[in-house]
Structure formats: C-alpha cells, structure tokens
Design a protein around this ligand. Structure first.
Ligand SMILES: Cc1cc2nc3c(=O)[nH]c(=O)nc-3n(C[C@H](O)[C@H](O)[C@H](O)COP(=O)(O)OP(=O)(O)OC[C@H]3O[C@@H](n4cnc5c(N)ncnc54)[C@H](O)[C@@H]3O)c2cc1C
Length: 385
C-alpha cells in the first residue's frame, strides 16, 4: 500500500475525556486541532463519573459546566460533588467541538521526530503518516506518547473495582448523598446520578482470575453479588439489577507520585495529559477531574504563546519550536505539584482497603496534617492564573 502524508498543526492522540476536553479548550481559544481516536466511535459507554468542585471549575472554563449540571444532581454531603453519566460527559464535550475535529479509526502505532525540523511525525496503523507541529498525548493508560517521552509505566495497586449503573424506572427514592460502606477488604460506594439511576462501585482485592473473565459481564455481576452476601439486601439488589451494558471491571493501576515529581512530561513540542501522565486510584475520584484541569491549563499555556493561532503561519519553524516548547514547559511546571499531591492522596486512599489499623492511622495523620485534609484539593480552580 502506498503511504499517504497529511499535516495537522496540533494533533491530539486519544478521544477520551482528556483529549476531547483539550481540543475544546483550544477551540475556545480560537486554536484548531485534530483528535486521533483508535476506536470507530466515541467510547461513551460505562457508568458514572464523580466530579468534584475542581472538575466543575474546569468544565465551566470549557463552557460546558451548565449543560452537565442540568443532567446531574447535586450531592449534598460533599461540597460541589455531582455524579455525571460518562456518556453525557463524553457526548457533551464531543458535541461542543467543530465538525470533523475527531478522526476515528486512527490507531497511532509509532512516533518519531523529524530529523530536519524536529517536529513530531505520527504513524497510523493503516499506513498513513501524519505530520504535526504540536503533539499532545491523551491516549490513556498505555500511552504511546508517554513511552516516546520515556515516562515510567504504571504499577498495579492490588485492588480492583467493579462499577455500574442501576436504573429505577419509578425513581430510586434515595437522598442526594454519597454512601460508602466498608466491609472486610471490600468497599461499596453508591451515589445517585439522577432521580432514576444510581451509580455504584465495589472495590475489592485484586484477583487475576476475575481479570481473565472480565468480558463475561454476567459472571462479573454474579461474582460481585456473591462478594456482597453480607451486605444489606438493597445493596445486593442494586448490583443484581444493574444495566449490564454499563458494568465494567478494572484492575487499579497508578503512576507512582514519586515518579511524577521527577518526570519530564514535555519534550520539544510533544507532551502528555490525563491518564497518559498520571493514572490514579479512583477512590478520590480525581483522575477525570485532573484530566479536565490538564486540558484547561494546556490550552491556556499554548494560547498565550500563540496569540494568532498556529494557523497564522507567521512564525518560522525555529520560532515555533521555541514558543511551543516554552508553552509546554510552563504547562508541565504548573501541573507537576498539583498532580503529585492528587496522586499521593489517591495512592494513600487506595491503599487503605487492605491496610492494617496502624497503617490506616498513619495515613489519616498524613492526610489531615500534611496534605491539608481529605477534600482540600477540590477547592482548586485551574483557570485562575
Ligand atoms: C473504576 C474507575 C472509576 C473512576 N472513577 C472516577 C471518578 O469518579 N471521577 C474521576 O474524576 N475519575 C475517575 N476515574 C478516572 C477517570 O476515568 C480517568 O482518569 C479518565 O477517564 C482519563 O481520561 P483520559 O482521556 O486521560 O484517558 P482514557 O479515558 O483512557 O482515554 C484515552 C483514549 O485514547 C485512545 N487511545 C489510546 N491509545 C491510542 C492510540 N495508540 N491511538 C489512538 N487512540 C488511542 C483510547 O481509545 C481512548 O479513547 C475512574 C477510573 C476507574 C478505572
């Protein structure tokens, strides 16, 4: 097959929460970009996602906060928290982008640097070669961009999460609160997504056998129900009657906070954002929120260096390399300690499940005395700079 060449000034790899939000952040600054997504359609399946105040600030800066608030309910016992259906979040971000911003069926298989210009060159599985001036990797946990940048891979936390949505056609009748019920090495969370549906998750010790059969959703549901046998009937019924299409099992992986503190997430005109940089344990519900923050900060840093938009083509290649390189270094600096704190808190919180009482006490002290309390990070507004 003859190889074809294409050029896009800013290329984002990955059309998940972070890639779509980054494209939207740039679009709102008048900067055009293209998102390459390996799937043939948006990956908008799955259950709910808890969004804290810091995530809502980011969504407001992206201009979609009110649309999503209208589709979710305020949880009264945790400040700013709302649970949004993943489908609503992904669809809202995607629908706010100009037509043709997302290229589906583009699986990136290799990235190299042009020896003459020093700009990135992207190879797609179908043989196409795409040239770009700025490459942003929002390609999730197994990021090819992160590998190209030489970042360390994630570790496994020895826990797994099953999550799903359950619909109650006549209303669930629950209060607007986030329920956590701890058992023996088991944690169940339940939060209303709207008046008729409830998002839930069950965190357990990691079991490699469950991973082998994770595509058999009925088996996942039945095993989860069995693990909950000592829980109240209402909790068991919720899992038993979930919408099977929303069910998923995830082994929990995390980028070690101590690696994040010292990694360089930008090189030349290439960088990473979202899970590609900082996958975290979901117990603090900060992976998606911080991916949205990355998007806002990245768009702001790039737009400040490129006030005419890269499409103005006024800058020489050398000037472009320096300005974009500087913008990406500023983005990396601004995000570094924020994500170190979020991932440290997530790591400690995720480790609680299997920890002894002594370890739990030590974690509690670290949280409250050193890291500023369990929810202090949710007050952060990524747009205030
Ligand atoms: C069980 C669980 C519960 C969670 N709960 C919450 C929560 O309540 N609140 C919260 O804030 N966060 C939560 N998170 C974290 C959150 O889901 C993630 O942080 C977020 O989805 C990351 O988005 P992303 O866009 O960076 O990555 P992804 O969602 O993984 O998207 C990456 C995209 O890149 C594409 N891609 C990958 N490789 C390539 C390639 N080579 N070429 C082209 N495309 C590619 C993929 O197809 C995908 O669409 C949870 C995570 C888990 C596992």
């Amino acid at each position: 097959m003859r190889e074809q060449e294409e050029f896009h000034e800013i290329m984002i790899i990955g059309g998940g929460i972070c890639g779509l939000a980054t494209a939207l952040g740039l679009h709102r600054k008048g900067i055009k970009s293209v998102v390459l997504e390996r799937s043939e359609t948006l990956r908008n399946t799955g259950a709910g996602i808890n969004i804290y105040l810091n995530g809502w600030h980011a969504l407001d800066h992206l201009g979609v906060g009110d649309q999503l608030r209208a589709k979710s309910i305020h949880i009264t016992d945790e400040e700013g928290l709302r649970c949004v259906k993943r489908r609503d979040l992904i669809d809202t971000l995607a629908n706010s982008l100009p037509a043709e911003s997302i290229r589906f069926g583009c699986r990136v298989v290799a990235i190299e640097t042009d020896p003459t210009t020093s700009f990135p060159i992207v190879h797609v599985a179908d043989g196409r070669i795409l040239k770009t001036k700025v490459l942003i990797g929002c390609d999730g946990s197994n990021s090819i961009v992160a590998r190209t940048l030489g970042l360390k891979p994630q570790n496994l936390l020895q826990t797994q999460v099953v999550q799903g949505l359950t619909s109650y056609p006549n209303g669930h009748g629950l209060s607007n609160s986030f329920l956590h019920v701890w058992g023996d090495k088991l944690l169940v969370g339940r939060i209303p997504a709207d008046e008729k549906s409830v998002f839930w998750f069950v965190t357990q010790e990691f079991n490699p056998k469950d991973l082998e059969t994770r595509d058999d959703l009925r088996l996942v549901r039945d095993r989860t129900t069995e693990a909950l046998r000592d829980y109240p009937a209402r909790v068991i019924e919720m899992v038993k009657h979930c919408d099977i299409k929303t069910l998923s099992l995830h082994p929990i992986r995390y980028h070690a906070p101590w690696h994040l503190a010292f990694s360089d997430i930008s090189k030349g005109t290439m960088t990473v954002a979202g899970d590609a940089t900082h996958q975290m344990d979901p117990s603090m519900a900060q992976g998606g929120c911080s991916a949205l923050e990355d998007a806002v900060v990245l768009a702001r840093c790039l737009s400040r260096e490129m006030p005419v938009g890269l499409s103005g083509c006024r800058a020489s290649d050398q000037e472009m390399l320096e300005r974009v390189g500087g913008a990406l270094r500023r983005y990396a600096r601004e995000r570094r300690w924020r994500v170190v704190i979020l991932s440290t808190k997530s790591f400690l919180s995720g480790s609680l499940l299997c920890a002894s009482w002594l370890k739990r006490f030590i974690f509690f002290v670290i949280f409250s005395k050193i890291l500023g309390g369990r929810f202090s990070h949710t007050q952060y507004d990524c747009g205030l700079r």
